[in-house]
Design a protein. Structure first.
Length: 356
């Protein structure tokens, strides 16, 4: 029994791996100089796959599940080692566990500004940052192209490559979308979709897939931001004429409250007063131009005369035709005091009571 236990101690009968770091992409199972027992139990958890490598050559790949290793479920290894059917002896092989889960909350950002041609501002430089997630979509390709022969591989090994690819893909996405610089903030989702399409083909050759790409912010150049602020301010202020008057009035009030008595303060107050006076004059003139022409004020009447309704000239009461313009006069008379129309022969004006 002692010899059997010693022999059994040199064999591996359970193969499994759990990741506690959350960043491991590939883990080489530690054989510790032992051989794998034919019929050993292999456990591959969800978001994992196990790859057997025979003398540097990739062999069988196992998806999530529980397996009892045998020649029937290891066809490539059986062929590479020229095993006969029913082979039960222990064997040596490297076993790699590849993490196929999504690696989340990976940050990206532009270390250098990205050039963009804008129809309104010309060539401008943009800075952007956000997060992304990715996973190993093709474990076999990833092992061949990226992993190599190391015992452990983490996200740090591909993070730099993906970030640089993202910046390049974002530049292509902005150029292809043709979104104006002033509208970029309202189209982050559209740009993200463009970026996914541009980036994934570039990293597919590494066995990787970008699952999500989120733009948190795109910073415009300072001069472009100032232009946007001015436009926003104009839209918020609305009537700039009224705002200018308000500002001038506030300046005049502050100058009046200045107790320093300095010549500079007096000059500022006089300048503000002159400016607001000019604004009020211009406003009054504009109001006069906009106001409809007022009807001419009635001309006071002289005793024994009345005003011609056509030209306003003073003519003797009872005249049938105006001697100035020839207009026919109304049959009624007019009050000698207030000018109100009264019937012919009226002795007292019904409006003001003046004797006629």
């Amino acid at each position: 029994m002692g010899i059997l236990n010693m022999i059994r101690g040199q064999l591996i009968d359970v193969i499994e791996w759990t990741d506690n770091s959350g960043k491991t992409m590939v883990h080489k199972y530690d054989m510790n100089g032992k051989e794998i027992m034919m019929g050993a139990q292999l456990t591959v958890r969800e978001s994992q796959c196990a790859i057997f490598v025979n003398e540097g050559q990739l062999a069988d790949i196992f998806e999530p599940g529980r397996y009892e290793l045998s020649t029937s479920n290891m066809p490539i290894m059986t062929a590479l080692k020229s095993w006969k059917f029913g082979f039960n002896s222990p064997f040596k092989s490297d076993v790699y566990f590849v993490n196929t889960k999504q690696f989340l909350d990976m940050k990206w950002g532009t270390s250098n500004p990205v050039m963009m041609r804008d129809a309104e501002f010309g060539m401008i430089r943009l800075r952007a940052f956000g997060i992304y997630s990715f996973k190993v979509s093709d474990p076999e390709t990833f092992l061949k192209q990226v992993f190599g022969t190391a015992d452990l591989f983490t996200v740090d090994g591909v993070e730099g490559q993906i970030k640089r690819t993202i910046v390049s893909g974002l530049s292509d996405a902005i150029a292809e979308s043709k979104i104006p610089a002033l509208d970029l903030a309202a189209n982050y989702e559209e740009l993200s979709q463009y970026a996914l399409k541009a980036i994934n083909p570039k990293i597919a050759g590494l066995g990787l897939t970008l699952c999500s790409f989120i733009i948190e912010n795109i910073s415009l150049p300072e001069e472009v931001e100032k232009s946007m602020d001015k436009r926003t301010s104009m839209g918020v202020l609305g009537n700039l004429d009224q705002y200018a008057k308000y500002q001038a009035a506030e300046a005049m009030r502050e100058a009046a409250n200045n107790d320093s008595g300095s010549m500079a303060g007096m000059g500022a107050g006089m300048g503000a007063g002159a400016a607001i006076g000019q604004m009020f004059a211009q406003s009054f003139a504009a109001q006069q131009q906009a106001a409809p022409a007022a009807a001419p004020a009635p001309v006071s009447q002289k005793a024994g005369t009345t005003a011609c309704p056509a030209c306003g000239a003073q003519i003797p009461s009872g005249t049938k035709f105006c001697p100035e313009c020839g207009a026919k006069q109304n049959a009624s008379s007019f009050c000698s005091n207030c000018g109100a129309a009264i019937p012919q022969g009226t002795k007292f004006c019904p409006e003001c009571g003046t004797k006629q």
